[in-house]
Design a protein around this ligand. Structure first.
Ligand SMILES: *Cc1c(COP(=O)(O)O)cnc(C)c1O
Length: 226
């Protein structure tokens, strides 16, 4: 039987292999294990195999699991669509909210969090009706406003391209997100440039890393089909 631990080893091997191939340090790429829909016991198993960062899509589900796993020092990433009125569920738990898609949500997080909390601005990179995220024109304003906030710390951009089983089809979108980050850095002129690029999932993480991903969000390849 293939275990979560085996799967994790395979995913880490994939990350190292592609990093090496394109001359990047493997530890410059952060692996977020996406545990949505999976029980706390599966997260515990992955933790025992050395995984520390986990991604959840639903505020309530993350809150329940965080309580069940309170004995572990997990780095929680929120990666789902977050309604402003659910910000208070997320701020006590998440180290990073990867899906900030409005100034209103950013303000809600900033005013609720009693401690430093990282975030990424979510870009609707394929311009899809069904996906959340700001468009390319809006992202500069959003980033500027977040960069002036006291508690919320902007790390970069996150996106999920239109789904296609062929990973090469994701490449133009990953390229576009990396270019957008470069443009953002030119516009914002922050003391230290933003570096975070959260892109790439189970089926297209190699392509994402080739295009500069610093965070990959992997569910199925670690925990199996949902
Ligand atoms: C579910 C999900 C993932 C993981 O997808 P897999 O294909 O299972 O690896 C990554 N990012 C987001 C935003 C998700 O919702």
């Amino acid at each position: 039987m293939v275990t979560i631990s085996d799967n994790l080893a395979t995913v880490k091997w994939r990350i190292s292999a592609v990093a090496e191939r394109c001359g990047r340090a493997p530890d410059s790429i952060r692996l977020i294990a996406v545990s949505k829909g999976k029980p706390a016991s599966a997260i515990r198993e992955a933790f025992e195999a050395g995984q520390r960062a986990f991604g959840e899509n639903y505020a309530q589900e993350m809150a329940v699991k965080a309580q069940e796993l309170a004995d572990l020092s997990i780095e929680w990433h929120f990666i789902g669509h977050l309604q402003r009125n659910k910000a208070k569920l997320v701020t006590p738990i998440a180290a990073c909210v990867e899906t900030v898609d409005s100034i209103e949500l950013a303000r809600a997080l900033d005013s609720r969090a009693g401690r430093a909390i990282k975030c990424l601005a979510e870009v609707n990179i394929g311009g899809e009706e069904t996906k959340s995220g700001v468009n390319e024109a809006e992202v500069i304003l959003l980033a500027r406003q977040i960069s002036e906030m006291k508690i919320l710390e902007l790390m970069g951009l996150m996106a999920m391209p239109p789904y296609d089983p062929d990973p090469e089809k994701s490449r133009p979108y990953f390229k576009k997100l990396a270019e957008l980050l470069a443009r953002l850095n030119e516009e914002l002129k922050l003391e230290s440039p933003l570096r975070g690029l959260s892109m790439g999932m189970s089926h297209d993480l190699e392509v994402a890393i080739e295009e500069g991903a610093t965070i990959v969000r992997v569910g199925t390849a670690i925990f199996g089909e949902r």
